[in-house]
Design a protein around this ligand. Structure first.
Ligand code: IMP
Length: 183
């Protein structure tokens, strides 16, 4: 217990400010869960978690749903450090078909929009019954291509953020809040 807390405090030294607290995340995920449960009442949507950043959001969101649902995963790459290189690559594809299914893409953050636009185009060709996006965070100032997320947790300013699944070179994902790093 003590050593886990020490590890957490060490990470905190590099955080300039907490942008979204653990309590705010918990409350918003609950609201999103209730909204999605209403919108998909009597349906059985497939939640597609985009690895790796969406893992905590997906697992909390799924537990906030009062309807039947399935999960599957995809992995895409376009980021190196704090910069998107603009070229999106598919690293891991779905295990199951989504033909005729109600699909909700669950993402950590929409930044330039390139990743989600690429993904939407791929998934549309597979004939889902419906396709929506649920993103924990949205940075609309950074958009290079239009992407419409039906469900958004928090709209944030143009700052590089970490925590609750989001990383910088694989670090900081385990912070329980969303924070901005010191320079
Ligand atoms: P986009 O293609 O530019 O919209 O970027 C989407 C992906 O970039 C996200 O799924 C994240 O993995 C990563 N990303 C974008 N902004 C941030 C950030 O502020 N912190 C951590 N990762 C980010």
């Amino acid at each position: 217990m003590l050593s886990a807390r020490t590890a957490q405090e060490k990470i905190n030294i590099n955080i300039k400010k907490v942008l979204v607290s653990e309590e705010q995340i918990r409350a918003r995920v609950k609201e999103l869960g209730e909204q999605i449960s209403r919108d998909y009442a009597n349906k059985n949507p497939v939640l597609i978690g985009i690895l790796k950043g969406s893992v905590f959001f997906l697992s909390d969101l799924m537990r906030a749903l009062s309807i039947d649902c399935c999960i599957d995963f995809m992995s895409l790459a376009s980021y190196s450090g704090e910069k998107s290189n603009g070229i999106v690559r598919l690293l891991l594809d779905l295990r199951e078909t989504i033909e005729g299914r109600d699909v909700i893409i669950v993402e950590d953050i929409v930044d330039t929009g390139l990743t989600l636009s690429y993904l939407e185009n791929i998934l549309k060709t597979r004939n889902p019954r419906s396709l929506e996006i649920c993103s924990l965070l949205d940075k609309p100032e950074c958009r290079k291509i239009s992407v419409k997320a039906k469900y958004v947790g928090f709209t944030i300013p143009n700052e590089f953020v970490v925590g609750y699944g989001l990383d910088l070179n694989e670090k900081y994902r385990n912070l329980p809040y969303i924070g901005v790093l010191k320079k």
